[in-house]
Ligand binder design. Structure first.
Ligand code: ADP
Ligand code: MG
Ligand code: ZN
Length: 517
């Protein structure tokens, strides 16, 4: 009898706990379920409620940007000034029989100021600016993009005169019928709608369509036909003078120290776009603020440039033997350059590693003449090959053929590129002045897929490879020769570099003079 209450009690407890567990499970399940339902509902809302999403058309009633904010691309700026006349005093031009340009296509690499220029036109003319990125036209559902285009043009016509700006137009304007597996219906419909709207423009309706792209080569030919985007404005990367102007535009709002010469910085930033230059100035201002200084000096710009081009400085290498190898590699570059009159001047050598995995680097100050003219001679390019292989050459001399490291992979890539260009593009080899380049035009999947390769015979491919190899190996042996001749000097420089971790051009020069005494 004593066992009965016990079992009852036992049974009872078991029951309670299992109910609690069940409840808990239900509860968790319920929460998870309601979360899922909520989420899928919001997804459905997003996709199904497309009719309501109109907010993506950005309209800007008074753009603050003026032509004076757009620097370094004066040719393009001159060309679009005419558009401002059309927007501000159309009567005068119409009386003269001039027709409004319908579509203007701005073509250029990213960050060169296409969007900025479009805004400046609107700002100068004082007209509303409607902008949309073409990638926003491309949606999940067929027909949405087309209706957005309609919507955009309707809105714009109500506000005429005004500017419609379609950014990254290649997202919808790609050649139709291209691509493996047929076209994208949605994209085609959107493009068709765009073409229809452009044709529907009555002349002189006061709406000017601007578009920007960095891939004009993939645009559908219907878009480029006369009467559509009939005016094309090329915007290239700024030259040295342009870079100086862009830098000074962005330096206007920042306190620059008197010692800063923006011309020098323009020289040291070949290949930078307007956006890159703005970033450089901005980074230097941030560094200045962090150091509690009042004005931006050369040292902050220097640090910012290094950070942008090479990466942040990271913690030191601990392993002394690795450090020594990096030092030999970098001094290899520097010494080869210093003993070759045609080479760029060495600016700085360091074995302080960077956060992106670079163990050390040698920096050169670019050759002013070559940067300015854009004309590099065969001898200059060959010297570049020799200097680029200086790092690997030093490793071979000091550590032997078997101990070389992958640290030179970046150098070898550079060498491959320059050597191939020398043979196939510049006609600097015994294959003669032929253009053998096919890598320039990117393969456009589908259309050019099969056509692209083999523009020249198999034999020619072999001879190109042969010539490229010849250039690289002869540059390599020249680098080795130069370093072997200066082995002691190299050791001197390495021990100094290991000691100080960074050597600038004067330090290197001093070591060399000391040694020659
Ligand atoms: P894109 O549209 O060609 O990719 P953006 O016009 O968006 O480039 O440029 C991005 C930023 O870079 C601009 O907001 C501006 O601050 C700066 N920038 C680019 N080009 C120039 C230029 N030519 N002059 C002054 N600033 C420029
Ligand atoms: Mg842009
Ligand atoms: Zn190297």
């Amino acid at each position: 009898s004593s066992s009965t209450p016990l079992t009852v009690k036992q049974k009872g407890t078991v029951d309670y706990s299992s109910t609690a567990t069940t409840f808990a499970l239900f509860f968790v399940f319920f929460i998870a379920l309601s979360f899922l339902i909520k989420r899928s509902a919001s997804i459905a809302n997003k996709t199904l409620g497309f009719g309501k999403t109109k907010a993506r058309i950005n309209s800007l009633d008074d753009s603050e940007v003026r032509f004076e904010d757009v620097a370094g691309i004066s040719e393009a700026t001159e060309e679009v000034k005419e558009v401002v006349d059309f927007l501000t005093s159309p009567e005068r031009l119409i009386k003269l029989g001039a027709k409004t340009p319908k579509g203007i296509l701005l073509i250029g690499p990213p960050g060169t100021g296409k969007t900025l220029l479009a805004k400046a036109i609107a700002g100068e003319a004082g007209v509303p600016f409607f902008s949309i990125s073409a990638s926003e036209f491309v949606e999940l559902f067929v027909g949405v993009g087309a209706s957005r285009v309609r919507d955009l043009f309707k809105k714009a016509k109500q506000k005429s005169p005004c500017i419609i700006f379609i950014d990254e137009i290649d997202a919808v304007g790609r050649q139709r019928g291209a691509g493996i597996g047929g076209g994208n219906d949605e994209r085609e419909q959107t493009l068709n709608q765009l073409l229809t709207e452009m044709d529907g423009f009555v002349d002189n309706s006061g709406v000017i369509l601007l578009a920007a792209t960095n891939r004009a080569d993939v645009l559908d030919s219907a878009l480029l036909r006369p009467g559509r985007f009939d005016r094309r404005i090329l915007i290239g990367l700024p030259d040295r003078k342009g870079r100086a102007e862009i830098l000074s535009v962005h330096a206007r709002s920042r306190p620059l120290d008197e010692s800063v010469c923006l011309n020098d910085w323009a020289l040291r930033t070949p290949g930078f776009s307007g956006a890159d230059l703005e970033n450089l100035i901005n980074e230097s201002a941030i560094l200045t603020a962090r150091e509690n200084k009042l004005s931006v000096t050369n040292s902050e710009i220097e640090k910012a440039l290094e950070r942008i081009t090479i990466g942040l400085q990271s913690s030191q290498l601990q392993d002394i033997s690795k450090k020594r190898l990096v030092a030999y590699h970098e001094i290899g570059h520097a010494l080869v350059a210093m003993s070759t009159p045609l080479a760029d001047k060495v600016d700085k050598v360091t074995i302080l590693p960077r956060s992106n995995g670079i163990g050390g680097f040698t920096r050169f100050s670019p050759n002013e003449e070559v940067v300015d003219s854009g004309l590099a001679s065969k001898a200059y390019l060959y010297t570049k090959l020799v200097v680029s292989l200086g790092g690997r050459a030093a490793e071979i001399i000091v550590y032997g053929n078997e101990e070389v490291t992958q640290g030179a992979s970046g150098d070898i890539e550079t060498v491959g590129k320059i050597a191939r260009d020398m043979v196939t593009t510049f006609g600097f080899s015994k294959l003669g002045p032929q253009s053998l380049d096919s890598s320039n035009s990117e393969i456009f999947l589908g259309k050019d897929f099969l056509r692209q390769k083999n523009e020249y015979s198999e034999e020619m491919t072999k001879s190109i490879d042969h010539e490229v190899r010849k250039l690289a190996t002869s540059a390599m042996s020249e680098a080795i020769k130069k370093l072997e001749k200066n082995r002691e000097l190299m050791d001197c420089m390495v021990s100094e570099l290991l000691d100080k971790e960074t050597l600038n051009s004067e330090d290197l020069q001093a070591i060399m003079e000391n040694y020659n005494k």
